[in-house]
Design a protein around this ligand. Structure first.
Ligand code: MRU
Length: 356
């Protein structure tokens, strides 16, 4: 498989001592430091504080996290062991509400636990079942990213100017990313894309992370402030927009990093295709439309002071800090999944792709 030819960031891994190590993304681009995570509280904090972030990556982190945290359960009774694992799983699911991949991965882990429990095995073997499921989720995420790369690249042409928002790259997954995946594959095949990365206030995932990983892979990347996207489109420099997402409702409405909606509106205005890249684990058929997607509200300090020593906002001013917004399905040209490219009407396409 060509996957080794494209960029992988080493977002997280289980080391040879069976410890979970997470690349602390809050330190990037200045420092690459891995932090060990051993308890459910440490996993929760790492996810909440965005040390590991991006919908697929937090799913994989939670899966491994549940396994490593289960090693702290001292219980010889299989039933009680399972109860404690389920408690930890519910706790981890509350770390961030918007990305459905978090609960998707934890539900898979609980399913594996239930299967092993039904076989009547002791806690040690139940733990092993959790480890195997986490490894499988990790393996699949890498494969899924590569399939998104292949499917996405079919929509792109050599030399295109591409705009992206936030970071839906290798750092947001455990493979080559979602929105950045076709860019990496194109780079490996000589497509010569010119990528514009919105800086993505307030936490600067575009400037700190997307620019970091694209530049590291030798991709031509230019960082722009969020308020420049429409103007760059008006200048004719953008041929397509590629973004990731955290949850796609049954009708195709897609939640992604705050600011995505204004990029989609501008793209519509200028007739530029707007592609949302998503593994099928990000599709949530139980959520009818975007209005039902829970939007995480984060501390206003992220607007007022994060990443800076000095205050950036006048004292006494209030802040409003929703971490995500919802792009209506009518603004989306296509959803790029690992199972193919989905076109409107999205309700039918999503139902069909999820049909077993
Ligand atoms: O708050 P973040 O950094 O976790 O937000 C991430 C995004 O919005 C990504 O675009 C999304 O999770 C898709 S990642 C492949």
């Amino acid at each position: 498989m060509e996957i080794d030819a494209v960029y992988e960031a080493g977002t997280l891994y289980l080391d040879e001592r069976d410890e979970l190590l997470i690349l602390d993304q809050t330190l990037l681009p200045g420092e690459r430091r891995y932090i060990p995570v051993k308890t459910a509280q440490e996993v929760w904090q790492a996810i909440y504080q965005l040390k590991v972030r991006g919908a697929p990556a937090i799913g994989v982190a939670a899966a491994y996290g549940l396994y490593v945290a289960s090693k702290n359960i001292e219980e010889n009774d299989a039933g009680k062991f399972c109860d404690k694992v389920r408690e930890m799983s519910a706790y981890l699911a509350g770390a961030r509400p918007t990305a459905v991949n978090l609960t998707w991965a934890l539900e898979r882990m609980e399913g594996a636990l239930n299967l092993a429990r039904a076989a009547g095995v002791p806690p040690q073997a139940l733990r092993q079942a959790l480890k195997e499921e986490a490894l499988a989720i990790h393996r699949e995420d890498r494969q899924v990213c590569f399939s998104i790369a292949q499917n996405g690249l079919t929509l792109l042409k050599k030399g295109m100017g591409l705009l992206t928002h936030c970071n839906a790259g290798a750092l947001a997954t455990t493979g080559c990313g979602t929105a950045l995946a076709p860019i990496y594959l194109g780079q490996a095949r000589g497509y010569g894309f010119r990528v514009f990365a919105d800086e993505t206030r307030p936490l600067l995932q575009g400037a700190r992370l997307t620019a970091y990983e694209l530049a590291d892979a030798g991709v031509d990347v230019t960082v722009i402030c969020d308020n420049m996207a429409a103007s760059v489109m008006a200048q004719g420099r953008i041929d397509a927009v590629l973004v990731g997402c955290d949850r796609v409702a049954a009708n195709g409405d897609a939640a992604n990093k705050i600011g995505t909606l204004s990029v989609a509106l501008a793209a519509k205005h200028y007739g530029i295709p707007f592609y949302v890249c998503a593994p099928t684990s990000t599709l949530d058929p139980a959520c009818p439309d975007g209005a039902q997607i829970p939007i995480e509200q984060r501390d206003g300090a992220e607007i007022a002071q994060m990443w800076y020593r000095a205050p950036m906002v006048a004292e006494g001013a209030k802040t409003y800090n929703p971490a995500f917004d919802v792009t209506g399905h009518e603004l989306i040209t296509a959803l790029i999944t690992e199972k193919g490219v989905l076109y409107p009407p999205f309700d039918r396409a999503i139902a069909a792709v999820l049909r077993p």
